[in-house]
Design a protein around this ligand. Sequence first.
Ligand code: ATP
Ligand code: ATP
Ligand code: MG
Ligand code: MG
Lengths: 291, 291
Amino acid sequence: GPRILALLNQKGGVGKTTTTVNLGAALVRRGKRVLLIDLDPQAHLTLHVGVDPDSVEHTVYDLLTRPELGAGEVVQTISEQMSLLPAEVNLAGVETELATLAAVGKAQRILADKVGLMLAGQADGGAVSSAAPDAQSLAPHSYDFVLIDCPPSLGLLTINALALANEVLVPMQAHFLALQGLSKLLETVSLVKRSVNPRLLVTGIIPCMFEGQTVLAGEVMADLKTFFDAARSMDVPWRNAVVLEPAVRRNIKLAECPSFGKTIFDYAPDSNGAKDYLALAEALLGMEEGK
Amino acid sequence: GPRILALLNQKGGVGKTTTTVNLGAALVRRGKRVLLIDLDPQAHLTLHVGVDPDSVEHTVYDLLTRPELGAGEVVQTISEQMSLLPAEVNLAGVETELATLAAVGKAQRILADKVGLMLAGQADGGAVSSAAPDAQSLAPHSYDFVLIDCPPSLGLLTINALALANEVLVPMQAHFLALQGLSKLLETVSLVKRSVNPRLLVTGIIPCMFEGQTVLAGEVMADLKTFFDAARSMDVPWRNAVVLEPAVRRNIKLAECPSFGKTIFDYAPDSNGAKDYLALAEALLGMEEGK
Ligand SMILES: Nc1ncnc2c1ncn2[C@@H]1O[C@H](COP(=O)(O)OP(=O)(O)OP(=O)(O)O)[C@@H](O)[C@H]1O
Ligand SMILES: Nc1ncnc2c1ncn2[C@@H]1O[C@H](COP(=O)(O)OP(=O)(O)OP(=O)(O)O)[C@@H](O)[C@H]1O
Ligand SMILES: [Mg+2]
Ligand SMILES: [Mg+2]
């Protein structure tokens, strides 16, 4: 089956969305079929790939709150190799809406069950698609990669992502305050692994918006390396996690392309942003899942 | 009474905490007495000023969940001119904990009532302070400024901040995705003004991590200016809002000082970060509240 990666970090503005879009686009350039899932009420991933969250018929919000709706009815075709499950603003209320189900432990696997069904080859996701009808033929749901963009929180939406994923990637800024949240993040991964998804592993950290020439970045990277080296002998979901290379350098092109609804490869294919995400995709392809 | 400003933006990582700390410290350098309130479960403001959120006796979490506890018992003295109401990780659960009170509309003014009581001269905040006992003599609760650091969300904690504040400042990155969230933010301010706090006004936007030489920054700033010029004739809480100057430039020193528990003025007083926040404080002092 496909590699399913959750892009996780409860700290805001660290590059989760930018990485989901551009790592996904880089994998497409390497010939892979990629499904992107937007779980953020801000719908920035959706906007970033040129889709208007207010004008799509079904979104992840509908998928989570309407039992009869299947993932196949929500899929939007972005290109021949890239599909999207879009988000919308109403996702902000979904934790409240699902509070009762959550209280009895029945709200954490909704995404995993429905997307799992679609991936397992149920081409209609449980019902005939009324989204882009040609999505069914263009996007046969045999994805090589599924990338899930998480909101900046460790709540129900992120838990749903972790229930579906088999790997976790952590985009991170090499700043002091970013290190503070890492243990809580890993604690959450452990909790979900024990109680919901035994397959879950942390594949690695992706340093984003990296300012390599600063002392601070060097210190944070050294701290991270020490932390993960120490984990090699422990029975923890991050025992084989690495700090991926290369770090994604700060590059204004990456901040500009969302306003055109484009990935960096369509907007500025010769930029450092494009180079770094392509190299990251290579690094990821070189790593066998769970090794 | 003091000017009470909420630092608001549901987008993560835009500089709310960095601005709360360093604008507060700049105001102290201009002779003002400043109270900082940390409303973020990440407790980054608390860490930033050198306080360990796990080792303080009472935090904002206790203030919100224990009816008998007064604000005076939670105040921590940072310096002669600066005090703090610290946060802690447990704040993450406070929306759930207060869900019933919230459902009957009784959870939005908890902070406003208790801090309001303290500011109104109740030196013991309703009970004898057991926090830093000398806080009572050092920090007579006659603050000139109260700055409230909000989490990256528009939930109950942020609503509590808006119920207490009389002014709103919006730290923002001059990036495309940042503009997307602005209307939702202003919508929330309007809602709170109508239903909870009629005094609420948006004083301005603070451009943070500013990359002035980029086309993108110039375009976003132009968009903001157009937006606020158009508001001048409307009956909206941001009708007199401005884009504050100077923008705070990207400066690695600002990212380094949290790791030392220091403000930029103690860590790197000659840096651009210090200059920009001092100039911002001047600009803020020059603006009469609500004008
Ligand atoms: N390498 C980079 N260089 C320059 N700008 C970047 C880079 N990566 C991301 N950005 C910009 O920084 C901002 C934050 O990035 P992004 O939205 O991807 O973070 P996020 O973690 O998804 O945020 P959130 O927590 O709000 O979902 C965006 O405006 C984005 O365009
Ligand atoms: N002008 C600046 N130059 C360089 N780094 C900065 C600047 N302002 C803030 N930072 C760094 O950027 C990161 C995000 O800033 P900060 O934590 O203040 O944002 P925030 O809006 O409070 O985030 P959150 O939404 O998580 O509360 C931090 O690591 C901080 O140290
Ligand atoms: Mg995002
Ligand atoms: Mg903050």
